[in-house]
Design a protein around this ligand. Structure first.
Ligand SMILES: [Zn+2]
Ligand SMILES: [Zn+2]
Length: 262
């Protein structure tokens, strides 16, 4: 890699939640070069959304085109990495393992993630989370999020894990208020972080919370500090879905390196 700093978490129009005319590799590359930062494209790879009806950029084994496009760009730019943010589903572990067998060598960086465990109710979409909360108690939703994340870590399918407490993206005092019986303390987050340490898994310091009412990274600085003392390994990601946001986050990514002393 050419530069000192790396943003490990960028989404282009290869991600299902970005429009076709959204940012491309080249768009990010230009900004990255100007600001002297390495970038890793970490597109959503969600086995549950591969069917035709979802018009997923990765359907029909398009991953091979993704890799090919990036291989060509890498010949010119030595500061880009080909990555994927792969959704973990407990009931699809076998498929996920097969996928990792086939592709982990082809990619520079793969991170596992929990966005949804009840099919088609991603808790990272506010609207879907609200619907889920009509079906389940908030307490159960929080408990289940951490259980699913625990299963992901223990499966050892992934060496890197994204935003370990993203369940609090919308459930927090500034947004959907936690109910009285809900534990929103650091306890479960720390337990999950410690499980990552035990399994030698890198934890993301995800800066995206700064664009939501919670206004803090995932996990919080306080959790990062505690886990760091206990030997956690980290990678830093802005989780950018637009060029404007990426540009704005670059100084924060660099600051985060100093905070973590990577
Ligand atoms: Zn994510
Ligand atoms: Zn992401």
């Amino acid at each position: 890699m050419r530069y000192k700093y790396t943003d490990y978490h960028l989404h282009t129009n290869w991600s299902i939640d970005i429009k076709d005319d959204g940012p491309s590799f080249e768009d990010y590359i230009q900004i990255a070069e100007l600001n002297r930062i390495n970038v890793c494209f970490l597109e959503h790879y969600e086995l549950r959304y591969m069917d035709k009806q979802f018009s997923n950029p990765f359907s029909n084994e398009n991953i091979n085109n993704y890799l090919e496009e990036l291989d060509i760009l890498k010949e010119t730019y030595d500061f880009i990495l080909a990555g994927l943010e792969v959704d973990y589903y407990a009931e699809k572990e076998e498929e996920l393992r097969e996928f990792m067998d086939d592709y982990s060598k082809e990619l520079d960086f793969i991170a596992g993630t929990v966005h949804e465990w009840v099919p088609f109710y991603p808790i990272t979409t506010r609207e879907k989370l609200v619907e889920l909360l009509e079906r389940k108690s908030m307490k159960d939703v929080i408990t289940e999020y951490f259980l699913e994340s625990q299963k992901m870590v223990e499966s050892k399918i992934f060496k890197n894990i994204c935003h370990i407490d993203t369940i609090f993206r919308y459930i927090n005092e500034n947004d959907i208020k936690p109910e009285k019986d809900c534990d929103t303390s650091n306890k479960k987050v720390l337990e999950l972080g410690r499980l990552c340490i035990k399994n030698n898994i890198s934890i993301e310091y995800n800066l995206s919370g700064l664009r939501f009412p919670i206004k803090r990274p995932f996990p919080s600085r306080e959790v990062i500090r505690i886990l760091q003392k206990e030997g956690a390994k980290f990678f830093i990601g802005s989780d950018s879905h637009s060029l404007e946001y990426f540009e704005e986050q670059i100084p924060k990514v660099k600051d985060a390196y100093h905070f973590i002393k990577l």
